[in-house]
Structures are given as structure tokens and as C-alpha cells.
Design a protein around this ligand. Structure first.
Ligand code: ADP
Ligand code: MG
Length: 230
């Protein structure tokens, strides 16, 4: 088995804006060892979200290859990708992306129910307890604070015991105190579940906790830390 949770080779992605082509990612390669915590760093607009969406199979590169948890996802159809993503990855968004019409409990349980997991409800309750939000289980997202919403979103990302978690500026919409709580929680849960974590941020403080840092500048990975070989 490959020792890597993720291998991305020469990914390129351009967008057409006003009939002009903007190259956001230019032959980006990245390797993430199983169990590691890798940060993708870069200024706003540097392509962090675009890269995460390619690495996680939410969007397709124009060229390049992606091997995610042992599967080459480059040429999978959306019908093949959706269940693969649901089983294999957890995704935490900056703006939470909870389903407004579902309660906190239902939001967390939903990915496990899609998997027809008979333990969905039990696992959702355990996770609610773990993040100290059992009392909020029947609240809807609009009744929760930003920090509470992100804790629920993290539970949802973890309910299927993913092999890899992607987090796109998960503290970006929170004040610094709540941001710190969320980062602490993500790092603790990652260790408890021994999951790989790929996190986009422009916070140097968060990057300092990573095993490796890949820095995006002008569509390329400009520097990467030497703690692991990226
Ligand atoms: N769907 C899209 N259509 C056109 N341009 C896009 C699209 N998504 C992102 N971009 C552009 O790509 C660049 C990188 O965006 P993004 O990946 O969101 O950067 P970051 O997450 O680092 O802030 C920006 O210039 C952004 O405007
Ligand atoms: Mg972004």
C-alpha cells in the first residue's frame, strides 16, 4: 500500500473570466503522507480553495493526476466520485455549509445515513457529546453561533471516519477566540482518529503546527517546509 494519503501530479487549472483565461494553478504537485498534517498557505486569491477542491474531487483539473487514498480519482465520473468522497473524505468549509432545514443532529447524521450506516444516530450523538453540543442537537443552524456551527460541521465531516480531512480556512469566519477553539478541536480529533489533515490557511500561527507547509504563489508551490518531503 502507498504510504501516501494523497498524491497530486502536475495539476493545472484555469478559469475563463470575461473571455480572458486566468491560470490559477500551474503544474502543482503535492504528496501528503498518511497521518500527516499539511498546510496549504497563500494569500487570498492564491488558489488555495481551488487546489483543495481538486485534491478532494469536488472539481476537476484541466490536466494532471490525483491519487486519493489509493484510488486514482482523475477520471472518475461524478456518480462514482460522490459515494467515494462520502466514504473516504471529510470536508470542512470556511462558511460551514450546514443544511439550513436540518437540525444539528440531522446535519451530522446525514453522511452516515447516505452510507446506510445503522449506527448513524449513535455516532452523531457521540460526536455531539465529544464537541460539547449535546444540548444543541435539536437546534437549526440559524439558532447556532459561528463557532457552534463549525463544531457541528466538523462532526459531520468526521462521522464516516474519513481517511483524510480537508479544511478550507475553517477559522476564517470566526473571531480569534472561537478560531482557536476550532483549530484546537480539529487537531485533537485528528490525533484521536489518526486521520490525515490538509488545511488551507493564511495564518502563520496555524502553519507553525503543521508537519509540512506548501506555499502557493502565482499558481505554483513556491516553497515547502522540509519536515516531510512534499
Ligand atoms: N469558478 C471560478 N470562476 C472564475 N474564477 C475563479 C473561480 N474560482 C476561483 N476563481 C479565481 O481563482 C483565483 C483563486 O481563487 P481561490 O482558489 O478561491 O483562492 P484562495 O482560496 O487562495 O483565496 C482567484 O483569482 C479567483 O478569483
Ligand atoms: Mg479560499
Amino acid at each position: 500500500m502507498s504510504p501516501n494519503a494523497l498524491e497530486a501530479i502536475q495539476l493545472s487549472k484555469s478559469y475563463n473570466v470575461d473571455s480572458r483565461q486566468i491560470t490559477v494553478l500551474d503544474r502543482v504537485s503535492l504528496t501528503v503522507p498518511i497521518g500527516s498534517f499539511v498546510v496549504i498557505e497563500g494569500k487570498s486569491g492564491s488558489g488555495k480553495s481551488t487546489l483543495l477542491s481538486l485534491l478532494s474531487g469536488l472539481d476537476k483539473p484541466d490536466s494532471g493526476k490525483i491519487r486519493l487514498c489509493g484510488t486514482d480519482i482523475t477520471d472518475l465520473s461524478e456518480d462514482e466520485l460522490a459515494p467515494f468522497r462520502n466514504r473516504t473524505i471529510g470536508y470542512v468549509f470556511q462558511s460551514f455549509h450546514l443544511v439550513p432545514s436540518l437540525t444539528a443532529f440531522e446535519n451530522i447524521a446525514f453522511p452516515a445515513e447516505l452510507n446506510r450506516d445503522p449506527q448513524a444516530a449513535v455516532k452523531a450523538k457521540e460526536l455531539l457529546h465529544r464537541v460539547d453540543l449535546s444540548k444543541r442537537m435539536n437546534n437549526f443552524p440559524h439558532q447556532l453561533s459561528g463557532g457552534e456551527k463549525q463544531r457541528i460541521a466538523i462532526c459531520r465531516a468526521l462521522i464516516n471516519s474519513p481517511q483524510i480531512i480537508f479544511a478550507d480556512e475553517p477559522t476564517g469566519n470566526l473571531d480569534s477566540a472561537n478560531g482557536e477553539i476550532i483549530m484546537q478541536l480539529l487537531l485533537e480529533l485528528r490525533q484521536e482518529l489518526m486521520t490525515t489533515l490538509v488545511l488551507a490557511t493564511h495564518s502563520r500561527e496555524i502553519s507553525s503546527k503543521a508537519d509540512a507547509i506548501a506555499r502557493l504563489v502565482d499558481g505554483r508551490i513556491a516553497t515547502s517546509s522540509e519536515k516531510v518531503n512534499l
